[in-house]
Design a protein around this ligand. Structure first.
Ligand code: AMP
Length: 482
């Protein structure tokens, strides 16, 4: 593949949106969103895209990449925009594929905001939802369609969408799509598109599979890269406590009681774990609520409001769910589960200690987390002191299940869990399937913003093998993408 790294052109990169040849309606929309200067990916990619080039973008969520691809696409579709009621006048001309419903929804929300002063129509289809309202919307005609691959294929099969007039296709978070197992779906979808088109591929990583995908479907793409910061803020105190798996809940309860943290996000690696932990904390007298992909948008908003009001002290969140949280400053975060992806650690703790404020990031690490912890240390270039934690018996958390056997119930002292608690009868079965990394938070303060010291974003799943789609998609916070 003949990939060229930009910029080959010596002309200086644009700095402001007004430096770009964009329609005033688009400039007005970005102005209303509060954007002034271009992010690095926008400065590099938008001029190339306005020139009609195919692009491989090495940029993650949080870098401003959605605007980087949406604005030039909207600009180029504007001459075709019309207010006709006829669906035939609104064929799908731009297709944006995303791995999860959260990301699809996020892209759609931005796209709609950028297009709001134009007659161009946008829609979003993803799995886990009734297909009929989506069909209805597609039948009326939309120029820009955001979709997860599985659900799009459902619509293609149901003949509710026709892709024969697509001029632009965006593969967003392509590495994640491959990890989820969407390659066959992507290949089928790309097969429905006209050969003459512009193709954009965004990916955090460029594995051989991604390069092969690009080689097959992109034409002379330019590689556009932006550096991602992996620094943690000096204002965040990072503490790592070494605990046994069985003591994690008790440790958390104790730490929340001992530290003046009126508001804290407790990160967990699975939806199941989020609900379970929030319930356990409640039983231990800590106001807690879970935020995860199974919650409806309305439930999430209610929970978030309660958290912002201070009615909830601990918001137990999966990474996917936390992406949508618009919380400017937090006194602390807890990694109840150590993230499997080191960059995710940086991102999580970037939720606190912003703009010079001090923050506390607590991580509970079990012996099983040694490797993940070492990866984090390597990334942030510092070694943690692994602190011991004396578990106070009185704050020992109650368990979800009734695990205590008569012979173990009475042990009153010591830091180790009673022996019987280590037995298989009570040990939480660890399913490695839940050990997926979470997704980056697109709503976090952008990583190029100097006042947001730690918002690099996540990249890829750890699994090198492709796993069954539904399972993983559900784990990533979706309900499966069909
Ligand atoms: P993205 O990487 O596209 O998900 O964008 C991350 C966040 O940055 C979103 O909340 C965007 O609304 C915001 N954003 C994108 N471009 C800019 C910009 N030039 N200036 C300020 N914020 C931006």
């Amino acid at each position: 593949m003949n990939t060229t790294t930009s910029p080959t052109d010596p002309s200086p990169l644009p700095v402001r949106f007004s430096d770009l040849a964009l329609d005033p309606r688009l400039l007005r929309a970005v102005g209303e969103m509060g954007y002034e200067t271009l992010t690095p990916i926008q400065a590099k990619a938008i001029p190339l895209l306005l020139d009609g080039r195919d692009i491989m973008g090495a940029a993650q969520t949080g870098t401003g990449k959605t605007a980087a691809f949406s604005l030039p696409i909207l600009q180029q579709l504007l001459p075709l925009a019309n207010t006709s009621m006829s669906p035939a006048r609104h064929p799908v001309r731009a297709l944006m594929l995303a791995p999860t419903r959260e990301l699809a929804d996020q892209v759609y929300a931005n796209l709609k905001a950028y297009a709001k002063h134009t007659p161009l129509r946008c829609a979003c289809v993803f799995g886990g939802m009734d297909m009929n309202p989506q069909k209805e919307e597609l039948r009326k005609g939309v120029e820009l369609l955001v979709a997860t691959p599985g659900r799009l294929l459902d619509h293609i099969e149901a003949k509710t969408v026709n892709l024969s007039q697509v001029q632009f296709v965006v593969l967003d978070e392509a590495d994640r799509m491959l990890d989820i197992g969407f390659l066959p779906d992507l290949q089928r979808i790309l097969g429905y598109l006209p050969r003459q088109r512009t193709t954009l591929l965004f990916s955090a990583t460029f594995s051989p599979e991604i390069k092969r995908l690009a080689q097959s479907y992109l034409q002379n793409p330019l590689l556009v890269e932006v550096a991602r910061p992996n620094a943690t803020a000096a204002t965040v105190e990072q503490r790592v406590y070494q605990v046994e798996e069985d003591d994690k809940r008790a440790a958390l309860v104790q730490l929340l009681r001992d530290n003046p943290l009126p508001q804290v996000i407790v990160f967990v690696n699975s939806r199941l774990g989020a609900g379970r932990l929030a319930r356990a904390l409640e039983r231990d007298g800590i106001k807690a609520a879970a935020m995860h992909g199974d919650k409806s948008q309305a439930e999430r908003l209610t929970t978030l409001d309660a958290f912002k009001r201070g009615d909830i002290q601990a918001l137990v969140a999966t990474d996917v769910a936390a992406r949508g949280l618009d919380i400017a400053e937090l006194p602390g975060v807890v990694n109840y589960d150590v993230p499997f992806n080191a960059e995710d650690y940086v991102h999580r703790i970037g939720r606190t200690g912003r703009a010079g404020a001090s923050g506390l990031a607590i991580t509970l690490a079990t012996p099983r987390d040694a490797r993940a912890l070492a990866d984090i240390e390597k990334l942030i270039k510092r070694q943690f002191d692994k602190l011991p934690l004396q578990i106070d018996r009185s704050s020992r958390a109650r368990r979800d299940a009734p695990p205590r056997r008569a012979d173990s119930a009475g042990s009153p002292t010591g830091t180790a869990a009673p022996a019987a608690w280590h037995g298989s009868a009570r040990a939480p079965r660890h399913d490695p399937w839940f050990d997926k990394p979470y997704e980056p938070d697109p709503n976090a303060k952008p990583s190029w913003d100097a006042t947001a010291p730690a918002a690099p974003t996540a990249s890829r799943s750890v699994s090198p093998s492709i796993r069954p789609r539904r399972k993983i998609a559900a784990l990533l916070g979706g309900q499966g993408n069909r």
